[in-house]
Ligand binder design. Structure first.
Ligand SMILES: [Zn+2]
Length: 410
């Protein structure tokens, strides 16, 4: 089976003001890495051009007035630019900007996972990476927010439910920021399990562990807020002991990933300006991806779509994209320019965090469906201590052999 890379050069035409961290070079560098590695030529890779999401598809998540506002702001920016000859971007929300081509780019960014899902559901590819911008997970129904225009992942989940009549979609969001827009969209929708692991306290301030959905959907929002300084050694057991059993219990038919690499240790030195930030390395992301890929294989026939969110150090984002794409294609090695995070003085009792999360989400004692039942006899034997094998010279009759496990004197 094959993997789709869904990308369009229009994603470089969304232009926030100069100096903004969410810049076109993020795409340029990512594609540059893939070219340099010769990975765009891999025979099992299918390159797909995204279609634009229709207004109706955008409106499954966003208010129509807001969609129209983005279109009008783009036109205004284009007109100003034509009149003055100066690159123009207009503010559309907190730290969110619209340039002449933003509306077109944002509609294709939202369309990319739809194109990917069509290809997966038609049996054309097994999984997909959507290399898109502007990103999406902060955008809410009525506004753009935190660099995001349309909520690409949320629109894709709605499309999977509406167009393909799926009943259970899971979204895993490991961007360092909480995906407030995605959470808000599905907060009362039990058909979508939203799992977010993020730095806290941090932008945008939402994503406390007791935010877990409402009405029928209580339990289908899972938030893992972690302090700055958390690294792979914290993320990994949480993925295994909280994410995996929650996914197993929910039993999704499709997994979407909000793939932001801004929890990378190198990012803390860049745009966030917070010391310290998170401490994941690219190799760490690849190990987390391994867990996600295995869940997709076990639970939903490998149906997995990764959608680009944050990551602002150009080499971090390009390494993350290349590594994730390689893994979707079945490869194992990480493209890791920066290596391991430097050691810092940091301590967190992960066992306590995990047992609290498992308690909140009623996962205490949950056994994965595919996990073999414990061998009771073996456990009992182990409780009694090791079996002592006697040499032939001292062995007793075979009748006594069953008691040897208790004869520890010799
Ligand atoms: Zn982010």
């Amino acid at each position: 089976m094959t993997t789709a890379l869904v990308y369009d050069p229009i994603f470089m035409e969304h232009r926030p003001p100069k100096g903004h961290p969410e810049r076109p070079q993020r795409m340029e560098m990512s594609i540059g890495y893939l070219r340099a590695l010769n990975w765009l030529e891999r025979p099992e890779l299918v390159q797909l051009t995204p279609r634009a999401a229709s207004i109706d598809e955008l409106a499954t998540v966003h208010e129509r007035e807001y969609i129209q506002e983005i279109e009008e702001l783009s036109q205004q920016a284009a007109e100003t630019e034509a009149a003055t000859g100066v690159p123009t971007s207009l503010q559309a929300g907190t730290d969110t900007y619209v340039s002449a081509k933003t509306y077109e780019a944002a509609r294709k960014a939202a369309g990319a996972p739809l194109t990917a899902l069509d290809a997966i559901m038609n049996g054309e590819v097994k999984n997909a990476y959507c290399l898109v911008r502007p990103p999406g997970h902060h955008a809410v129904a009525e506004a753009g927010f935190g660099f995001c225009i349309f909520n690409n992942v949320a629109i894709a989940a709605r499309y999977a439910l509406d167009r393909y009549e799926l009943e259970r979609v899971m979204i895993i969001d490991y961007d360092v920021h909480h995906g407030n827009g995605t959470q808000e969209t599905f907060y009362d929708d039990p058909r979508v399990l939203y799992f977010s692991i993020h730095q806290a306290p941090f932008f945008p301030g939402t994503g406390l562990s007791d935010e877990r959905g409402e009405g029928d959907a209580v339990g289908t929002t899972i938030n893992v807020p972690l302090p700055a300084g958390s690294g792979y050694e914290i993320y990994e057991p949480i993925f295994r002991q909280v994410l995996a059993p929650a996914a197993d219990r929910f039993n999704p038919q499709l997994i979407l990933v909000s793939a932001g690499y801004d929890a990378h240790w190198k990012e803390a030195e860049g745009h966030t300006g917070v010391q310290p930030g998170m401490r994941i390395s690219t190799a760490g992301f690849s190990k987390l991806n391994e867990i996600i890929l295995k869940l997709a294989d076990t639970l939903c026939e490998g149906r997995l779509i990764m959608v680009q969110e944050g990551g602002y150090d150009l080499d971090v984002v390009a390494s993350g994209v290349a590594t994730s794409l390689n893994q979707l294609l079945g490869g194992t090695e990480a493209v890791d320019k920066y290596g391991q995070a430097p050691d810092i003085a940091f301590q967190l009792n992960t066992d306590v965090v995990i047992s609290e999360l498992r308690r909140i989400h009623q996962l205490t004692g949950y056994r994965m469906r595919n996990q073999p039942k414990p061998d009771r006899e073996k456990l009992l034997r182990e409780m009694k201590g090791p079996v002592i094998t006697k040499t032939p010279a001292t062995s007793q009759s075979s009748d006594d052999a069953s008691d040897t496990c208790c004869q520890n004197e010799e």
